[in-house]
Design a protein. Structure first.
Length: 137
């Protein structure tokens, strides 16, 4: 009886420790990763201001340089968001009212609190410049 208990304890320990120490990088490796590759061109002063605003207000979901973020939000440097399909007005509306999930499966975009049109205008200038530099226009 005692040996059996000892054996069970030993097995539980071995299995438990193996589980704890087993490397499991698969999910972390992609989580939060950019979804597209974005070349950043030289930016005008206005576009640089947009870059700062984007980093502060949008990059948590849309990723650095609008390259998307695995698990959080889509890239805006993407053919879906070319000016003919999503004009500048779509950006003002998205920031003010949020967006219902429809193109992707990241969930809804909530309204961006306290943002004004001047800030969105700078962000649009920045995103359009990135799109242009990456062959989306
Ligand atoms: C909390 C996450 C989050 C933040 C912060 C966020 N977005 Fe979004 N946004 C999303 C998601 C998710 C979608 C995709 C919705 C879909 O089509 O499924 C989206 C879609 C959009 C769209 C497409 C709108 C449309 O009509 O389809 C635009 C434009 C956009 N975002 C701009 C911005 C800008 C600009 C900011 C910063 C001021 C921003 N987003 C901040 C999550 C976010």
């Amino acid at each position: 009886m005692r040996e059996q208990v000892t054996a069970v304890v030993a097995i539980v320990l071995v299995v438990g420790l193996t589980y704890l120490w087993w490397p499991r990088p698969a999910r972390q490796a992609t989580d939060g990763a950019p979804l597209v590759e974005v070349k950043v061109p030289p930016l005008s002063a206005l576009e640089q201001a947009g870059e700062g605003a984007f980093a502060a207000r949008c990059a948590s979901c849309h990723g650095d340089n609008a390259a998307g973020k695995d698990g959080s939000g889509p890239p805006l440097v993407h053919v879906i968001y070319e000016p003919n399909h999503h004009g500048d007005a779509a950006f003002f509306l998205a920031a003010r009212n949020g967006v219902r999930q429809h193109h992707w499966s990241f969930g809804d975009m909530p309204p961006v609190e306290g943002i004004d049109d001047a800030e969105v205008e700078r962000i649009v200038a920045y995103v359009r410049r990135l799109q242009q530099a990456n062959g989306i226009f």
